[in-house]
Design a protein around this ligand. Structure first.
Ligand SMILES: [Zn+2]
Ligand SMILES: [Zn+2]
Length: 576
């Protein structure tokens, strides 16, 4: 299990204890621990594996530590199970309704026996919520609107980063087996879809008929597995304790490319590929490409072979959505996408100066290990207090500090930057002089997100025209699977960004993926510059750049149009 999964359990415990009516003091400890674990640079699992007791960590006491050790050992929390047994099944569903915290859920449960989304809806329709003390008509209307929003966002799909990290932890366990020659996560995760229904893992061995026993035994023995649904010769399906379904398939090494292509999909892409094969007198399935006249397989081993057999160059998984990819491949107009090797630097990250966990030097070291040539240090401005952001005095001192650090490196550039709040009136939360003096300004919204569309557009236009921004950070403020994000006229703001040479950020932070691929494609096609940022709050967070990379690939944006493919000098020229 990864840190997010541990933290989710602790958060649920805190919520359930508050609904039960425990003192806030007690549940607060669980909330704080969840926050701590979410931000930890190391995996709690690894620490425990190394024999480190979690109570060595600040803010984790004895009983919490015991609970974490139990989760580590058994994959589930006895306390969580016990709490959950006291309530009807759907009680935690209610936390998905924005505006319903534990206190309100307790009130609704105690007074109206509301215990899931269905009973909440019935009560709202019946006008019962408005009649409760302290809630009123406005709250009831808000709840009704939220219920409509939740109906439109499917609950059986999980956010990509969660799906991918759950899949990777299974891959990590299986690839240790000697018989495993190749292993990949396929399906929508490989294509980079924002949410996934399930996790598809494809394993190849040189003798699958013999090896599948060991591979499946290892898989179903993993502690994150709740129960096995189907176990066969080639495929085993199991449900994780988190509720997600995982399918593991074992294939022979010689057919790995065909199977990988087949199980990566999408369905529409596969249909288009099959149609093309048919026209050429071929058939394509999970074993390979077959000549119809003599039933002979002509390609199987690699994806490149499969595509070549039907006269196409390899098409990146992120493009396989059944759109224009086959036509583009035939015309030689597939975009030259960015990948990790082409990313020269990361332009959004936080250090201990605001709410990050690591120093500038540590971030530089990590950046070098990722092969970067530069980074921008962009700590918060002071407006939102929980970020511990910088006042002008502190920012001035930090610019100095970055300059001094930078002098220590001849082959690496540290840009002095800031993530400055775009305030409600569109002004920036920092001295103009300092903003001009530093190298890289990310402008972001962290407050006042519920503005009317016209007002939000005005606010952003003013920021775009400030003359200070290099990039517009997490440009919709959405939280993946949660908050919808603020409303503004994208085209109008994009036009102003282009005019003022402000790049739109694709933020790779796992909870965000913001801009999303569709909006990024839109602004990029208008001519806006795109910049990728990890928004790291620790050295480990810098790895989340991969999500920004993958989403930009889904948006079909060529590497040349992404600022991170430039060197530091070119980058500053482009946004100046
Ligand atoms: Zn931010
Ligand atoms: Zn940030």
């Amino acid at each position: 299990m990864n840190n997010t999964q541990y933290a989710d359990i602790l958060d649920s415990i805190a919520t359930l204890r508050q609904i039960r009516g425990d003192s806030h003091f007690k549940s607060r400890a669980y909330e704080n621990a969840a926050r701590l674990i979410r931000k930890m640079p190391d995996q709690i699992e690894d620490l425990i594996d190394q024999g480190i007791n979690p109570n060595k960590l600040d803010g984790i006491g004895k009983s919490l530590s015991a609970e974490l050790l139990k989760i580590h050992e058994t994959g589930e929390s006895p306390m969580y199970k016990e709490l959950l047994a006291n309530f009807p099944d759907g009680i935690l569903e209610l936390t998905r309704v924005e505006g319903l915290g534990p206190k309100r859920i307790k009130l609704l449960y105690d007074e109206l026996q509301i215990c899931d989304l269905a009973t909440l809806e019935a009560a709202a329709e019946g006008g019962l919520i408005a009649a409760l003390p302290g809630l009123g008509q406005k709250t009831e209307d808000k709840i009704k609107a939220e219920l409509i929003r939740l109906k439109n966002t499917s609950i059986d799909r999980i956010p990509l980063p969660l799906a991918r990290s759950a899949g990777e932890s299974i891959v990590k366990a299986l690839e240790k087996l000697e018989c495993v020659e190749r292993i990949e996560i396929a399906g929508s995760i490989r294509r980079g879809r924002e949410t996934s229904k399930d996790i598809d893992i494809l394993v190849a061995s040189t003798d699958a008929t013999k090896d599948h026993e060991l591979i499946f035994d290892t898989f179903v023995g993993l502690r994150e597995i709740d129960h096995v649904q189907v176990r066969g010769e080639t495929k085993t399906s199991a449900r994780l304790k988190s509720g997600t379904q995982v399918d593991v398939r074992v294939v022979e090494l010689w057919q790995f490319g065909a199977a990988l292509h087949y199980f990566t999909g999408s369905k529409d892409h596969n249909i288009a590929v099959r149609a093309r094969a048919k026209k050429m007198g071929l058939r394509i399935n999970e074993y390979g490409v077959l000549r119809l006249e003599d039933e002979e397989y002509i390609a199987s081993k690699t994806e490149e072979d499969i595509f070549a057999a039907i006269g196409l160059p390899w098409i990146a998984p992120e493009l396989r959505e059944g759109g224009n990819e086959i036509e583009d491949a035939l015309n030689g107009t597939l975009p030259d996408l960015i990948d990790h090797a082409k990313v020269q630097g990361d332009l959004h990250m936080h250090t201990t100066e605001s709410d990050g966990r690591n120093s500038i030097a540590e971030m530089v070291e990590k950046a070098k290990s990722l092969g970067y040539n530069y980074i921008a240090i962009t700590d918060h401005s002071a407006f939102v207090p929980v970020t511990g952001g910088m006042t002008p005095d502190r920012f001035a001192a930090q610019i100095e500090l970055v300059r001094r650090e930078n002098e220590k490196h001849s082959d690496f550039t540290i840009l002095a930057g800031i993530e400055v709040d775009i305030l409600s009136d569109g002004s920036l939360d920092m001295d103009d002089v300092l903003l001009s003096e530093c190298d890289w300004v990310v402008g972001s919204i962290h407050s006042g997100m519920n503005m009317k569309k016209e007002n939000m557009t005005e606010r952003l236009l003013k920021a775009m025209h400030s003359g200070h921004l290099n990039s517009f950070g997490h440009p919709t403020g959405r939280i993946l699977g949660g908050r919808k994000g603020y409303d503004y006229d994208l085209d109008t703001v994009a036009a102003a960004a282009i005019q003022n040479r402000v790049a739109f950020e694709m933020n790779g932070s796992t909870g965000r993926l913001d801009l999303n691929a569709a909006m990024a494609k839109r602004v990029s096609s208008m001519g806006a510059m795109i910049v990728l940022g990890s928004d790291a709050h620790s050295t480990r967070g810098m790895d989340e750049m991969r999500y920004a990379i993958q989403q930009s690939r889904r948006a079909e944006i060529p590497a040349a149009k992404i600022l991170n493919s430039l060197n530091a000098h070119e980058l500053l020229e482009a946004t100046r």
